[in-house]
Design a protein around this ligand. Structure first.
Ligand SMILES: [Zn+2]
Length: 301
């Protein structure tokens, strides 16, 4: 058993995946449990690298426990199946940035989905821009704004989860005023230090769809959802847009680019278009009519 534990350490993502456990269950954010369902009772921790998880519905366990209950197979049987091919499952490194990790955990704990605030500040902010909130956004009641090590103020904030297919990589924070405007700070939008490799990550504003839109900014993506009633995610930055990796099951991508006077947005949109076309995706690039982004289009409607 100890030998099995050692040899499988750090490989549970691959092992569970190979038995058909969906990648959405390998998030450190709260979500439904692969064993007993629910909405937000479960999260994957993988703290010791043994696939540890916690569920407030059916209890905690490790990767082997999860797999045994998921497949209905006895643990001994699974050990016999997995052991001979353990090297085939890629090992994943532990989170390299403990500070970022602790901060992200704290903010996740202190924030709530926007839907749990009647007349919330995030909804007020988005409404003032003609945008509907996504249920996947969160609101933090009062988050310290740092410039270097100095706290310049405490503001309510819109929190967006930056996720790879398998992990919560970072958080995107928009600092707000209580009456729903951007906070008067040097950079009201911040992408926190990631807790793991962020390559390919994005802000999921809807569930995945076979045809999915991707935009650079959150407001831009929400504008696409509002204007066209089409699912759209946000990449957070132009650099991340270029490296966006569509989720499992998505075959067509509509890139809603930014029409920048500097051509930064166009360059990122077409770089991504080229990469995804080469990978076999159906790709369309849509640009706003005027200089700006689709969030500006909402104002012009
Ligand atoms: Zn459960």
């Amino acid at each position: 058993m100890q030998k099995f534990k050692r040899s499988t350490a750090g490989r549970w993502l691959g092992i569970l995946g190979s038995y058909g456990v969906d990648e959405t269950f390998f998030r450190t954010a709260h979500g439904p449990c692969p064993l007993c369902g629910g909405k937000d009772r479960y999260r994957w921790i993988d703290k010791g690298g043994n696939g540890e998880y916690f569920c407030s519905g059916c209890g905690p366990g490790d990767g082997l426990e999860l797999l045994s209950r998921y497949t209905g197979k006895k643990k001994g049987e699974l050990i016999r199946e997995i052991s001979p091919k353990v090297d085939k499952y890629t090992a994943i490194k532990k989170n390299p940035a403990p500070n970022g990790d602790a901060r992200i955990r704290k903010i996740m704990k202190e924030s709530k989905p926007v839907s749990s605030f009647a007349g919330g500040i995030v909804r007020k902010y988005l409404k003032s821009r003609g945008l509907k909130a996504s249920a996947l956004l969160r609101e933090h009641p009062g988050l310290p704004y740092y410039e270097g090590n100095k706290v310049l103020g405490v503001y309510p904030a819109m929190i967006a989860l930056v996720e790879t297919g398998t992990a919560l990589a970072s958080l995107h924070v928009t600092y707000l005023t209580p009456d729903g405007h951007k906070a008067p700070v040097p950079s009201p939008k911040k992408l926190l230090t990631p807790r793991c490799d962020m390559t390919g990550a994005s802000i999921r504003l809807t569930k995945p769809y076979p045809t999915l839109g991707i935009a650079e900014g959150i407001e831009t993506a929400l504008a696409v959802i509002t204007l066209y009633s089409k699912p759209c995610w946000a990449a957070a930055t132009a650099g991340m847009l270029e490296k966006f990796v569509p989720p499992e099951g998505t075959t067509s991508i509509i890139i809603y680019g930014d029409n920048d006077a500097s051509f930064t947005g166009q360059k990122s949109a077409y770089t991504l278009a080229q990469t995804l076309t080469q990978k076999g995706f159906g790709v369309t690039v849509v640009m706003p009519r005027l200089i700006g982004d689709f969030a500006d289009e909402v104002k012009n409607v």
